[in-house]
Ligand binder design. Sequence first.
Ligand code: ZN
Ligand code: ZN
Length: 237
Amino acid sequence: MSIFAKATDIFLDILFPPICLNCKKILKDDEKQNKICSECLSSIIIYSSFFCPKCKSRIPGVEKLCHKNVKFLLAPVSNYESGPIKNIVKFLKYNKWKGLLNVMTPFIENYLNLLKYDFQNFVVVPIPLHKDRERERGFNQSKLIAEIFSKKTGAIINADVIKRVKATKTQADLKDPKERQENVKDCFEIKDLETIKNKNVVLVDDVFTTGSTIGEAATLLKKHGAKKIIAFVFAKA
Ligand SMILES: [Zn+2]
Ligand SMILES: [Zn+2]
């Protein structure tokens, strides 16, 4: 960094001190690179199990399902309401700051350590964005999370399995579960049949709320011969 750039940085820090993206407290020097304070980070609760996508209860073991007819199991790292999780998810998506992935990585890795599940023979499929939205945002957050997942588990990513063919409204803007389901109906298309036929698939998304989006993708994959499906998300609501 040049002396001028450094001086500008210091000057800006005095005028606009960097604050925690969650609690707005002024950050200490070693917290600045994450844009989030250590207290907020230490308040995050990490899960250690699978969950039922239907009633959202904890599943003690994959053989002990509460709802037997579910199309997939839910594997969430944390809860949307846990500490700063909601703001981390939003900041990544809307402030488009990819540095947060470094903050998310240890939480993802810890969850996978606690889950102790072998994902080796799974294909990792990030939930795609519509091409217009991905162009506007500059990245697909699900794909970036899928990359962290893949690196940790050794399961291979294939981002071309499904395509989003319908530009849907933002699910967060729709409160009614029926409306959400209607919004994502037929929004995906299978692009690569061979990759999923008789294969186990991990669908990756940032958030699981009512499950309409992942449910739509899982139904389509099942229809085309996918075996086991696990939905891996950073946060469940
Ligand atoms: Zn904070
Ligand atoms: Zn259940």
